[in-house]
Design a protein around this ligand. Structure first.
Ligand SMILES: [Fe+2]
Ligand SMILES: [Fe+2]
Length: 228
C-alpha cells in the first residue's frame, strides 16, 4: 500500500514529465512534429541532435547502476539502471539508419555540431551518474520515456500521414520503436520507484527530471529556423 508521501512524490515526478511534453509541444518544430508538417531539415536536425545524446544513454545509465552497486544502496534501483542501459543498446543505430534513409551519411552525423542542449544533457547526466547522486539519472529517463510514450508513436504516424519529407516511411524507426516500448517502461519505473522513501534520492530524481524538462526542448531548431 502506498503512503501519502509516496503518492505525493510520484505525482511530482509526473508533473515534471507532463511539463516536458508541454514544453516540447510549445517549440515550433515540436508543434510541427505533432501535426506532421515538419520539413526534412527540421526532422534531420532533431534526429542528429537526438543521436548525439542517445549514443551515451547506455554508459550514462549503466555507470550510474554500477556506482550505486558499489555504494551498496538501493539494489533494486541499481538493477533497474543497469537493465535500462541494456535496453538502450543499439538505439543510436536506429537513428543512423533513419538518417541514412533521409540521405545523411554517418560521417556527416558524427561531424555535426552538437547543440548546447545536448552538451548540457550529456554533461549533467554523466556528472550525476559518475560523481553525483546516481539515482538521479532515473529522473531523466522517466521524463524522456514519458514524453516518448505520449508523443513518439503519434509523431511517427502523423509524419507518415502528411508525408512532407521524402522517404519518411523508412525514416521513423527510432520514433516508432520508442512509441511501442516506452509505455511499458514508464509503468515499470512507476512500480519500482513507488516504494522509494529516501528524500535525497527523491529530490535528485525530481531535480534531474526538471533539468530534462528545461534542456531537452532546446534540441530542436531555435525558433523553428526557416520552416513554415
Ligand atoms: Fe531509446
Ligand atoms: Fe525505454
Amino acid at each position: 500500500m502506498q503512503t501519502q508521501t509516496e503518492t505525493h512524490w510520484l505525482a511530482r515526478l509526473d508533473e515534471e514529465a507532463r511539463a516536458l511534453v508541454a514544453a516540447v509541444d510549445a517549440q515550433p518544430d515540436g508543434r510541427r512534429l505533432l501535426d506532421g508538417t515538419l520539413d526534412a531539415e527540421g526532422y534531420i536536425h532533431y534526429l542528429v541532435q537526438t543521436y548525439h545524446y542517445a549514443r551515451w544513454s547506455t554508459p550514462i545509465l549503466a555507470e550510474g547502476g554500477y556506482r550505486l552497486r558499489r555504494l551498496g544502496r538501493h539494489p533494486e534501483l541499481a538493477e533497474l539502471l543497469v537493465q535500462k542501459g541494456e535496453e538502450e543498446k543499439g538505439h543510436d543505430r536506429w537513428l543512423l539508419s533513419d538518417l541514412k534513409n533521409l540521405g545523411v551519411p554517418e560521417e556527416q552525423v558524427e561531424a555535426a555540431e552538437r547543440s548546447p542542449a545536448v552538451d548540457a544533457y550529456t554533461g549533467w547526466n554523466f556528472f550525476t551518474s559518475l560523481a553525483g547522486v546516481p539515482t538521479a539519472v532515473l529522473g531523466t529517463a522517466y521524463a524522456l520515456e514519458y514524453l516518448s510514450r505520449t508523443r513518439a508513436g503519434v509523431w511517427a504516424e502523423r509524419l507518415k500521414a502528411v508525408a512532407a519529407i521524402p522517404n519518411i516511411h523508412k525514416s521513423v524507426t527510432f520514433l516508432r520503436s520508442h512509441g511501442a516500448l516506452d509505455g511499458d517502461h514508464v509503468a515499470e519505473m512507476q512500480r519500482i520507484l513507488a516504494p522509494l522513501t529516501d528524500p535525497e534520492d527523491q529530490e535528485a530524481i525530481l531535480f534531474s527530471a526538471r533539468v530534462a524538462r528545461s534542456v531537452y526542448p532546446r534540441i530542436f531548431r531555435e525558433s523553428g529556423a526557416t520552416s513554415r
